[in-house]
Design a protein around this ligand. Structure first.
Ligand SMILES: NC(=O)c1ccc[n+]([C@@H]2O[C@H](COP(=O)([O-])OP(=O)(O)OC[C@H]3O[C@@H](n4cnc5c(N)ncnc54)[C@H](OP(=O)(O)O)[C@@H]3O)[C@@H](O)[C@H]2O)c1
Length: 599
C-alpha cells in the first residue's frame, strides 16, 4: 500500500488518496474478502504509508475472517545507513509508526547498498532472534542474491521467507526472472509479486496518455506496440472467463504460486481486484499467457545504475525528511498562540533597536579605525568615497574590521527580521508595501556594496568594477528613503482629513497609483544601472567620479539602455510631482481613495 500523504507523494504517485477512502478500501479487503497480507515500507511517503496502515487496521480488530493480519514493511538501505544500529533504529521507527512490537515480515527493500547484502541479512537475523522481526524478507533480489541471502540466514539458523520482486506478464520470459524463480524454489522462498498488473499497463483502462505516465513503461523502455499482442491474449481470456483483464493477470500470478500485491487506488479497483480470488485459470490458459509474456525484467541492474539508484533513493529520503521538518515547523507556527505572536512583535521591536545600535557602532568603528590603527588613507582612483587603508597595525585593523562586520551583520539581520514581519502580513496598507519595496532596494544595494568594499580591503581582490557599479546604484537608490518619507507624509496628511462618512482619509486614487509608478520606476532604474555596470565594459577613465551612464554604454551615441535610464528617471520625478500636487489638493471627497487613473 503505497499510500503516502506528503506533497512528494502527490507529485510521484498521481495524487494522494484521502484517509476515508484508504480506510474503506482496507475494510473492503479485510471484512468482505478476507485479505490478510498488507505491504508497506518506511520508504513509502517517508513513513506516512505505515502510519496510515496503523490508522486503518485498528489494533484489536486485526482479524480478516478470523485470521490475523500479516503486515510486511521494508528497510531502505540508503547511503545514510551503514551499521546494524541504523538497521535497528529503522526497525524501531517502523514498529512505532505501525503501532506494533514486532514486524510480521521485514524486507530488505533493495540490494543497492555498497555494503554486501549479507551485512543487512545479519542485522535482520539479530533482530529476529531478539523477537522484533517474525520473518525475514528480501526484495528485488536476483538469483545470486537470493542464494547469498539464504546462505547467510542459514548460518544463523534462520531462513529467508520471501522475495518481493516484479512478477508479471511483462517480465515472465526474462532469463533473469526465470533463474530467480529457480533459486527461490530451491530455497523455499515465497515469491511476492509486485506490479502484477504492470502498474496499469495490463488493464482495460490503459490509454496512450496514461501509458506515457506509467513509470514502469519508462523504466523498462517499453513501447505501446510491443504490448498489443499480450494485451489481446489477456483480453480474449478475460472475455472467455467473464473477468476483467486485471483479474486474469492476478489469477495467473496466483496460479504460479506467487502472492500478488496490488496498488489499489479506488473502491472499484478494490472490488475488481478481490474478484481474482476463488477460481483458477486452466493449465492451458496459464501456458498460453506464459508463452505470450514479455521479458522486461528489472532484476539485472548494472553497477552504474545501482549507484544512480541508491543516490536517487538517498536524495528522495532526504527530501521526505525536509518535508517532515517543514510540516513540523508549519504545525508549530499554526499552533502559535496570540501570546507568542506578541512575542514575535517584541522580536521585531528588539530588531529595530539592534539596527539602530549596530548602525551607531558601525559608524563609530569606521570613524575610529584610521586613527586607532594610524592608517594611511588613499581614495581609490575613480571614486569619491572608497578609501584604501594601509597600516602597520594589521592585527588591530583586522580586529576593528571584524567589529564592523559583526555590527553590519547585526544590522542586516535586524533588517531581515523587520522585513519578514512586514511581508508576512499580506493585509498591509498601501504605504507599508511601498516603503517595504523602497527599503528593500536601498538595503540590498548598500549590503552588496559593503560586501565588495570589505572584501577589497581584507583581501587582494580588486573588485573595482563591482564597486563602481554598486556606487552608481547606491547614488540611484539614495532617493529611496526620501521617497518613502514623502509617501508616509502624504498618508499622514490624508489621515487628518475626514471623508463624508466620517472616516480618516487616504491619498487620492491617482496619487496612490503614482506612488506605485515611482516605486517601479525606481526598480527599473536600479536594474538598468546594474545591467549597464555588469554588461558593458566600464570606462578606464580614472578621473570620472563613479561609473556613470556616460560611460562606454553611451559611446557612439545614445544606447537603448541610457534611453531607458533617463525615461525611468523622468518617470520618477514626474510621479513625485503628481504625489506632491495631490498632497496639497486632497479634499474630504477625494480622500476616499477613489479616482484611480489605472484600474
Ligand atoms: N518491493 C518493491 O520494490 C516494490 C516496488 C513497487 C511496488 N511494490 C508494492 O507492490 C504494490 C503494487 O505495485 P504497483 O502499485 O507498482 O503496481 P500494480 O499493482 O501493478 O498497479 C497499480 C495500478 O494499477 C491500477 N489498478 C489497480 N487495481 C486495478 C484494477 N483492479 N483494475 C484496473 N486497474 C487497477 C491503478 O492505476 P490507475 O488508478 O491509474 O488506474 C494502480 O495505481 C505497491 O503498492 C507496493 O506495495 C513494491
Amino acid at each position: 500500500m503505497q499510500w503516502g500523504k506528503t506533497w512528494l507523494d502527490q507529485k510521484l504517485n498521481r495524487g494522494n488518496l484521502d484517509d476515508q477512502l484508504c480506510a474503506s478500501i482496507c475494510r473492503e479487503f479485510t471484512e468482505v474478502h478476507g485479505v490478510q497480507f498488507f505491504d508497506t515500507a518506511e520508504g513509502y511517503g517517508g513513513g506516512t504509508s505505515e502510519e496510515r496502515l496503523k490508522d486503518v487496521l485498528i489494533p484489536g480488530e486485526k482479524q480478516s475472517h478470523g485470521a490475523p493480519h500479516v503486515i510486511g514493511t521494508k528497510f531502505l538501505p540508503t547511503l545514510a545507513r551503514w551499521t546494524h544500529g541504523s538497521f535497528a533504529r529503522a526497525l524501531r521507527g517502523s514498529c512505532q509508526r505501525l503501532g506494533v512490537d514486532a514486524i510480521d515480515i521485514y524486507f530488505i527493500h533493495t540490494p543497492i547498498h555498497p555494503l554486501p547484502l549479507e551485512h543487512w541479512v545479519r542485522a535482520a537475523c539479530v533482530e529476529t532472534k531478539a523477537g522484533r522481526i517474525r520473518e525475514i524478507g528480501i526484495s528485488n533480489c536476483n538469483a545470486q542474491q537470493v542464494r547469498r541471502a539464504c546462505a547467510e540466514a542459514q548460518k544463523h539458523g534462520l531462513r529467508i521467507a520471501a522475495n518481493q520482486i516484479m512478477f508479471n506478464l511483462l517480465c515472465f520470459q526474462s532469463p533473469e526472472l526465470q533463474e530467480t524463480l529457480r533459486a527461490c524454489r530451491e530455497n523455499q522462498v515465497q515469491i511476492i509479486a509486485y506490479a502484477p498488473i504492470g502498474q496499469g499497463l495490463l488493464t482495460e483502462a490503459l490509454t496512450d496518455e496514461k501509458f506515457s505516465k506509467i513509470r514502469l513503461a519508462r523504466m523498462t523502455r517499453l513501447v505501446m506496440d510491443e504490448l498489443q499482442d499480450l494485451r489481446s491474449v489477456i483480453k480474449s481470456l478475460a472475455d472467455k472467463y467473464g473477468k476483467s483483464m486485471a483479474q486474469i493477470c492476478l489469477n495467473w500470478t496466483i496460479c504460479h504460486g506467487a502472492i500478488p500485491l496490488v496498488g489499489t487506488r479506488s473502491m472499484q479497483q478494490a472490488q475488481d481486484t478481490a474478484g481474482c480470488l476463488g477460481w483458477r485459470l486452466s493449465a492451458e490458459d496459464v501456458a498460453e499467457l506464459d508463452r505470450n509474456a514479455l521479458k522486461r525484467s528489472t532484476l539485472s541492474k548494472p553497477r552504474w545504475k545501482r549507484v544512480i539508484f541508491v543516490t536517487f533513493i538517498t536524495l528522495l529520503v532526504f527530501g521526505y525528511q525536509v518535508n517532515h521538518w517543514v510540516d513540523w515547523l508549519q504545525s508549530k507556527w499554526r499552533a502559535i498562540s496570540p501570546w507568542q505572536r506578541r512575542q514575535a512583535d517584541c522580536t521585531v521591536e528588539t530588531a529595530m533597536y539592534v539596527c539602530c545600535l549596530a548602525l551607531f557602532l558601525q559608524a563609530a568603528v569606521a570613524t575610529a579605525t584610521p586613527f586607532v590603527t594610524r592608517a594611511e588613507l588613499k581614495v581609490v582612483p575613480g571614486t569619491v568615497d572608497i578609501v584604501d587603508f594601509s597600516t602597520a597595525h594589521s592585527r588591530l585593523y583586522i580586529f576593528m574590521s571584524s567589529v564592523r562586520w559583526v555590527s553590519a551583520a547585526a544590522l542586516y539581520l535586524g533588517v531581515c527580521i523587520i522585513c519578514a514581519h512586514l511581508w508576512r502580513d499580506t493585509d498591509q496598507p498601501v504605504w507599508v508595501i511601498l516603503v517595504m519595496h523602497l527599503g528593500t532596494y536601498f538595503f540590498i544595494v548598500h549590503f552588496c556594496l559593503f560586501l565588495c568594499v570589505s572584501l577589497r580591503q581584507l583581501s587582494n581582490v580588486n573588485m573595482m568594477d563591482a564597486i563602481r557599479t554598486l556606487t552608481t546604484a547606491k547614488d540611484t537608490v539614495s532617493i529611496c528613503p526620501m521617497l518613502a518619507v514623502l509617501f508616509i507624509e502624504c498618508w499622514v496628511a490624508a489621515n487628518d482629513i475626514r471623508t463624508p462618512a466620517g472616516l480618516p482619509g487616504v491619498p487620492q486614487g491617482f496619487a496612490q497609483d503614482y506612488m506605485f509608478v515611482a516605486t517601479w520606476a525606481m526598480l527599473m532604474q536600479l536594474i538598468v544601472c546594474l545591467v549597464n555596470g555588469f554588461v558593458y565594459t566600464l570606462p578606464k577613465d580614472t578621473n570620472s567620479k563613479v561609473m556613470r551612464f556616460c560611460g562606454n554604454s553611451l559611446r557612439g551615441g545614445l544606447t537603448a539602455i541610457s534611453i531607458v535610464f533617463y525615461l525611468t528617471l523622468v518617470t520618477v520625478y514626474a510621479s513625485i510631482l503628481v504625489v506632491l500636487v495631490s498632497r496639497y489638493t486632497n479634499t474630504s471627497r477625494a480622500a476616499t481613495g477613489s479616482g484611480a487613473w489605472f484600474a
